[in-house]
Design a protein around this ligand. Structure first.
Ligand code: G6P
Length: 626
């Protein structure tokens, strides 16, 4: 039965990186913070911490690992007080550790900050603050915020926060407390979710509604750059110019906890597909200086190594492997290098002799997949330098690889990978551009042009995800099919593999991906009247060939869903039963847009069949055994 998607809410369409909770009022803060943090556990985290003003003194407790570790510490050293902030961290800058956990404090230990987001100019700010005499204790970007607020603090904390924010570039949701003001909780956001919970004698902040739902159902979604000042008896909100807002419109939440965790969407998978535009822009922002359109070098091979390269090996499992197959096309086209892609469980039993001219690249969302790790270790044993693309800072793959390129997809909870895949494709393309530049295969002008096109991807992805209700209607008419074929050529064939995997893993409909040119060598025998064939036609040079393939299968009775770019006009609309148009981009980038309708198709087919979309049978999110 088709499930009607619930309307999006502003705060939850953004990436969930870290979890924030805060409270001020009459009640003891610590139990509220711990309960709130446990409600955010579903988002994934690697450490947790709280700060409470106790008897006029700011006290912080934090611990790496599960929330129980923090609970244990708080049992040994209880913190009492009615003002507090708490945080679950998903590491981005710096390994998961006690010291890198939030809250972070200023030099005097009087101001504490919890943060969700990324401070892009933190390195610059850190240098400035160090010159001013600040000693940093963590390797996080967040710590600069605490020091900066202290730097500007001349007695008015709200003013100091405003001044600090003028210096900060990037995204943030912040909860801030100061020991001088044991009755006030400050918060502010920009491009990162933050909600204020309105109670009778107790007020709350949280990065997501479930954290405070047991205390209040009346919430206010902060707008970008608004500062909220919370006290026991109420909340004042100031706009970016410091003017108090008098027209606040609270939102009454009538969801249960389970749907609140999904931001109002019926499943994590749909929520994560909807987060793809943002995942793309975060990943891009973290690896490209968008002003000069140059690629940041962290994680990239150096120029000498790039020039000496002869071969690239990509090794991964599942969806990450399929990203690698698209990456092969991108890297070969951009760099002229020969690229071999292997399934990790195969590679580990047929390891290649690796030498100086080889780049060994593993891709793993979780960074914990046993076969991928084994392949990485085998490559290192042979003396190869290993690069990794992963979504989890501090994961085994991240720790053991020599170089890491992080995707910034945020925690992915649905078993079927979606937003991680799309960001893996983005990073593989960026790696290709970087290598091509260093090897002289591409000039700077062409690189900038492609980077500019990449910059436009999030908006195009947004346009594409917004077609989801149409796909829901399409799926409702086709979900009872016994099998589905996906065909494509070039990058579209690589993408067809992932499209087919998505469908089979969550809807249990048998499906196969075929290189369209190979149809006539066997598979076309399986086409019978009514067979659904999804034809991916996004590669300009191969369009004519695909048109012939579509004709071939339709002549045998297949019903064809053709996915093509808007600018290729209506020609396919005449030869396919249904044409799905997607925004235009250079061929190399098309898989990042074309995958979206494919994920939506799989999702709605599975929903229509009544499958457990987020937890498909027999599958696990992370396979840590061979
Ligand atoms: C499992 C998951 C897949 C994932 C694969 C590789 O099979 O169900 O969704 O693609 O592992 O996981 P990794 O974390 O290494 O990307």
């Amino acid at each position: 039965m088709p499930v009607k998607p619930v309307a999006r809410i502003e705060s939850s369409e953004e990436l969930n990186m870290c979890g924030i909770v805060g409270t001020v009022g009459k009640a003891d803060a610590t139990p509220i913070l711990l309960e709130g943090l446990s409600r955010l556990e579903y988002r994934g985290y690697d450490s947790a911490g709280v700060a409470v003003v106790q008897d006029g003194k700011l006290c912080v407790e934090k611990a790496k690992g599960r929330l129980d570790n923090l609970r244990g510490r708080l049992k040994e050293r209880p913190l009492g007080g009615t003002l507090g902030i708490g945080h679950t961290r998903w590491a981005t800058h710096g390994e998961p550790s006690d010291v890198n956990s939030h809250p972070h404090t200023d030099v005097k230990g009087e101001i504490a900050v919890v943060h969700n987001g990324i401070i892009e100019n933190y390195a610059q700010l850190k240098r400035f603050l160090e010159r001013e005499g600040c000693a940093f204790v963590s390797s996080t970007d967040t710590e600069v915020i605490a020091h900066l607020i202290n730097y500007y603090d001349k007695g008015d904390i709200r003013r100091a926060i405003e001044q600090a924010l003028h210096r900060i570039e990037g995204s943030y949701a912040l909860g801030i407390i100061c020991q001088r003001e044991p009755d006030t909780l400050y918060c502010v956001r920009k491009d990162s979710p933050l909600v204020v919970g309105l109670g009778e004698e107790q007020q709350f902040i949280a990065s997501d509604i479930p954290a405070i739902l047991s205390h209040t159902r009346d919430v206010y979604f902060l707008n970008d750059r608004e500062i909220a000042v919370l006290k026991a008896d109420g909340v004042a909100v100031y706009d970016a110019y410091g003017r108090r807002r008098t027209d606040l419109q609270p939102f009454h939440v009538d969801w249960d906890v389970a749907s609140a965790e999904k931001g109002g969407y019926p499943h994590f998978m749909l929520k994560e597909i909807m987060e793809e535009p943002r995942a793309l822009s975060e990943t891009l922002r973290s690896h490209v200086d968008l002003t000069s359109l140059t690629i940041q070098q962290e994680g990239m091979p150096d120029a000498e190594e790039a020039r000496a390269l002869e071969r690239v090996f990509i090794v991964a499992c599942g969806t990450a492997y399929h990203a690698g197959v698209v990456g092969k096309y991108a890297l070969e086209q951009l760099t002229g290098l020969s690229v071999t892609v292997d399934i990790a469980s195969e590679y580990r039993y047929r390891p290649q002799k690796l030498g100086k001219g080889d780049l060994f690249l593993v891709i793993s969302q979780s960074g914990e997949t046993a076969d991928t790790l084994a392949a990485l270790r085998e490559a290192k044993r042979q003396g190869a330098k290993v690069a990794a693309i992963t979504n989890v800072v501090g994961s085994s793959v991240a720790r053991e690889a020599d170089r890491v390129l992080y995707t910034w997809a945020g925690p992915e909870i649905a078993v079927a990978s979606t937003k991680a895949y799309i960001t893996q494709l983005l990073l593989l393309t960026l790696l290709g551009v970087d290598l091509a530049l260093k090897r002289g295969e591409m000039d700077e002008k062409a690189a900038r042009e492609l980077l500019r096109e990449m910059q436009a991807l999030p908006e195009k992805a947004q346009k594409t995800v917004e077609t989801h209700e149409r796909m829901q209607r399409f799926a409702a008419r086709h979900f009872d099919l016994r099998h589905v074929f996906y065909i494509g050529r070039g990058m579209d064939w690589a993408l067809a593999m992932e499209a087919s995997l998505k469908l089979k893993e969550i809807s249990y409909i048998f499906s196969e991906a075929y290189a369209a040119g190979e149809l006539k060598h066997g598979t076309i025998a399986l086409i019978e009247p009514g067979t659904l064939v999804v034809a991916l036609c996004t590669q300009s040079a191969l369009l004519e060939k695909m048109r012939s393939n579509i004709k071939e299968v339709r002549a045998r009775g297949a019903s064809v869903l053709c996915v093509q770019r808007e600018s290729d006009g209506k020609a396919e609309a005449d030869i396919a039963d249904k044409t799905w148009f997607i925004p235009d981009a250079p061929d190399l980038l098309m898989p990042m847009l074309a995958v979206i309708p494919m994920q939506l198709l799989a999702y709605y087919m599975a929903v229509s069949k009544g499958c457990d979309v987020d937890k498909p049978r027999n599958l696990a999110k992370s396979v840590t055994v061979e």
